[in-house]
Design a protein around this ligand. Structure first.
Ligand code: CA
Length: 386
């Protein structure tokens, strides 16, 4: 990778938008403030010195020596993290600012431990018992009613039914009550530098996080999130937030931490942007047979036309509407206590796996949404989206 000098980068940084510069140099608490002052003041002083003294070569040369020593130190630091170079060259982040921000961070070993013990890795029946219980379903049902008009507004805009929005809201943050207590900056830095299996992914998320902070005017040291760096009531990763979070109440901020309107609309926006089909099915259980084990799709993304599945010997339940021959379907298997269950999954199921790659997660979303809808009907309170 071609590495350009610090001086080149410094010039680029001076052309950054005013807002970005303000955030880059936003004062932080305690020691950070001291660091910021210590490095900014001499830097500003050096520039003034160089501008003002002009031909007084001795002093100017001394200052250049000091500057170049500091720049060399930053270059040496950067050489250990070559993945930061595009952030500087393409996004205009100041290398010294990055160094000041990242070098004080201690890796969080708890984050690394939790990453290797994710709930989605458990068999489906155990995972479902952990994340979906009657308390959560009952709260979801009440919130579905309480925020009915907002959810109807969101559905009118994004074509995503309220029960799916509420199900994701409940599963991700317990309806906004559990947004995570990990420092997002430290978490993403830890995973970028100490989690080789997915370091590249988390480096991308750390970059997206810093860009998001710049765009929204946040101090990057402040936001809290999950042990993977997911944030807000929606628990989206920073790159998803940048792409899919929306300012639905039009107050100038995409606020998925404190604002319910933006949060619920952002969930629907995510599904809509990934191709959610209104009124379309998600999943159909098919009778389990031993030979199905060899036909299971590699993932919900590997959809094949229904006619091919039919030719392979799969039969559709007689009382359910059979898909059109060209409808794309994937066959998945999930573990219940008494054995495997097989499901044909549709496009909308795949859309949910864009949120979380786990088939188990997507199936829990489907079960939660289906239960919310069933309870609405049972209460004789079916709303217009039913
Ligand atoms: Ca807003």
């Amino acid at each position: 990778m071609e590495k350009k000098g610090i001086l080149t980068v410094r010039v680029m940084n001076e052309t950054m938008p005013r807002r970005a510069q303000r955030i880059q140099h936003a004062p932080g608490p305690g020691r950070e403030q001291g660091i910021a002052r210590a490095s900014q003041t001499p830097d500003a002083g050096r520039r003034a010195l160089l501008r003002g003294l002009g031909g007084m070569g001795v002093l100017a040369l001394g200052s250049w020596a000091w500057w170049s020593r500091e720049a060399e130190a930053t270059e040496a630091w950067l050489s250990r993290y070559p993945w930061l170079v595009p952030w500087i060259e393409q996004d205009g982040f100041d290398p010294e600012w990055l160094e000041r921000l990242l070098t004080p961070l201690e890796p969080d070993t708890k984050v690394l431990r939790l990453m290797d013990h994710q709930a989605e890795a458990k068999p489906y029946f155990k995972y479902r018992a952990m994340v979906l219980n009657w308390r959560r379903i009952d709260i979801g049902r009440r919130l579905l009613n309480r925020h009915g008009s907002l959810l109807a507004e969101v559905e009118a805009f994004y074509q995503v039914p309220p029960e799916f929005v509420v199900a994701l809201w409940g599963l991700e943050s317990d309806f906004g009550n559990n947004q995570g207590r990990f420092n997002v900056l430290r978490t993403l830095y830890t995973l970028s530098t100490r989690y080789p299996r997915r370091a590249e992914y988390f480096q991308g998320e750390l970059r997206a996080f810093l860009l998001l902070c710049r765009e929204e005017g946040w101090d990057p040291r402040k936001p809290k999130g999950s042990y993977a760096g997911a944030m807000g009531q929606v628990q989206m990763m920073p790159s998803s937030l940048r792409r899919h979070a929306v300012d639905f109440n039009q107050d100038g901020h995409r606020d998925v931490v404190g604002d319910l309107t933006d949060s619920l609309a952002s969930i629907a926006s995510f599904l809509f942007n990934h191709g959610w089909c209104p009124e379309a099915p998600l999943v159909q259980e098919i009778p389990a047979r031993p030979e199905l084990a060899t036909l299971v799709s590699p993932s919900a993304a590997s959809r094949r036309p229904w006619r091919e599945w039919r030719e392979a010997g799969i039969t559709w339940p007689v009382h359910e509407r059979e898909p059109a021959p060209e409808e794309g379907l994937a066959l998945i298997v999930l573990e219940e206590r008494d054995g495997p269950r097989y499901y044909m999954t549709f496009m909308n199921f795949w859309v949910i796996t864009r949120w979380n790659r786990s088939n188990r997660f997507a199936m829990v979303v489907c079960e939660f949404a289906r239960e919310l809808r069933r309870m609405e009907k049972a209460c004789g309170n079916e709303v217009s989206w039913g």
